[in-house]
Structure formats: C-alpha cells, structure tokens
Design a protein around this ligand. Sequence first.
Ligand code: PMP
Length: 354
Amino acid sequence: MNYYVNENIRRTERVFPMQGRMDYLRYDMNENPEGLPKAFVDSVLSEITPEFLAVYPEPDRFVRKYADFIGAKPENIMTANGSDMAIRYILETFGEPGKDVVTVTPSFEMYRINCSLLGLRHVPVPYNEDLTISVGRILEAITADTRVVVLLNPNNPIGNVYTEEELRMILEKTRETGSIVLIDEAYHYFWPETFLPYALSSENVIVLRTFSKLFSLAALRLGIVIANPQLIHYVKNGRLSFDVNSMALLFAERILDHPEMVSELQRTEQEGKDWILRELRTRGYECRDCRGNFIFVRPKAEASLVVQRLEDEEKLLVHGYGHPYLKDFIRVSVGSEHAMEIFLEAFLRTDRIS
Ligand code: PMP
C-alpha cells in the first residue's frame, strides 16, 4: 500500500536498549545499581491510593518544591518525561529543520537521533585524539546556521567537564549567532560545579537535570528543564498535557523532603567511586576523567571481549563501544563500595588475555 511515512522517521536507524536487564547485574546505563533505600520506597508507596491513581497528574506542587531546592523560581522550571523527552521538546522548539545542532560526538546518542528524527543538521565536534575536548573546535563549529549548541557537563561517556572560562567563550559566540546553549547536567550531583546561574540569568541558556541518576528514579522518568521564563514558556507550549506521571512527582517530592538521604546517596556513590578507582589504578588500569556516576576504564584484554565475557560468564552488564576513539574502553556505572566490589571481582576474572 502506498501510505505516507515521515521521511526523517523512516530513514532514522535506531537500536533500542536491551530488555530483561533485571536478570543481570547492571553497570551499563549509569543507573544506581542498587536503588533507593527499601524503607523509603515502601513508605512512599504506602501513600498511593486508588484515588491518587485516578486523578490526572499535576506537576505544580513539585515544581515549587524543586524551585526552592535549587534556588530558582517556579517560572524557571519545567518537568518532562525524563530528560530524554526534554531533549526532544527543546530541539523541537529551538531547532530549525535543515539548520545546525552542534554537539561533541560520540556522546549520549539521543542528541544525534533526535536531530535525525526532526530533520535538523547534526554537526558533530570530534574529540581530540587523547579524548579531551577542545573548546576551540566547538567555537569553530558554531556559525550563523547554529540553532542549538549542546554541552554535556560532565560529559558522557568520558567524564570531561567544561570550565567557566570555556562556557563564557561559547556564550559570547552564541550571543552573536543567536543560538540556544543546552547544558545537560544529568551527572550534576557527582560533579558539584554547575552552570545553573547562567540558566537563570542568560537569555539563551538551558540547563537540563534528571532524577534518573543520583536520585535513582530511572524507571519513573523525570527530567527537569531550567531556564529563563521566556524559554520555559516556549518549551512548555510544545509539551504534551500529562507527560510526567503522578508516581514520579510523588517520589521526587519525597526525595526532596529528605535531604539527608540525598547526602547519603552522594556519600555512598563517592565512596564507591573512590574505592574502585583506587583498586583499578593500583592494578595498573588506565581510568579517564570520571566526573559522573560512571568510570571509563581500559581493560588489558580487548574491551569488546571483556564486555561479552562479563555478560555471558558473570551475568554482569557494562557499556562497550564501536567507535574507533572509544573502542578500547568500557564504561561502568558506579554504586556503593559493595556494588563496586562485585564488579571488580567479575572484571578481574574476565579481563584475561587467554
Ligand atoms: N543526558 C545524558 C547526558 C545522559 O547520559 C542520559 C542517560 N544516560 C540522559 C540525558 C537521559 O536521562 P533520562 O532520560 O533518564 O532523564
């Protein structure tokens, strides 16, 4: 039959995440391998009534609480179904078909995929050969055709970060070109420096946060867009009516009610990361900048073999790469010291040359 299919959607190739991951030890998607304390989860679940489930979600109360939490105003904030959906909204709102979106690549691939789906021109800025990012290359890529510049801070899968000086140079250029600067701070809580003040005070800066990483709610899908009220207004105009569910909003509110639990999560993950980096470095492993809740490490055996052995022999998932710059490394989510001990034992058994 001769029906119409949107050309951008038809030609975009997708690889969807693996299913059945609950049967594995999961260190492949930068989730918290262990999740929130069980007692906390039970206590939030006990608040859920049939009526609660029957009512359409209302994000405003959470938005007010979150605004207080980060020192912003509710008009600076919008919720979305994970930062995944926020990225789509932002590119739909500020991307122009045929014009440029500049991102350091390879990186979190939904930027490239959304560009393809929306008919935006993805302009990849490659890493230097030593996997550092050169801001000069980003500046060169920004032109009058640039509608959006995406910076991941910290970056994924290599945990590079940008200095304030570098951001200022990018802002100066984008003020001339009239481009939006989207700063993805998914890994903010593992790297305390933030560009949030720029989102609150600039005309063209958006900061993106998520509840999937430190806050351990990847299943519930909650992403946060932070920007000046005018930008938030535009993004909101394009949103679906009820894209964030009530369970996500309730869990997120209760997390904000328990700052001591947030500090404890941070402490536990930091301890786990310090421990695993120390253990790996003593054993002669090269570990790259690790500013997120993941480490980027070079096995002694071929990385793709180690990924496969971990999966087959240890029922443990880590992230491997096909890209020539990244193919020798694996990315491993960080959790508690206990979670990292489990990983290390399995890793040392599988990182063999024979
Ligand atoms: N941004 C970055 C940099 C990420 O690494 C991820 C997930 N790994 C996301 C956004 C998406 O997060 P979520 O949709 O769960 O909020």
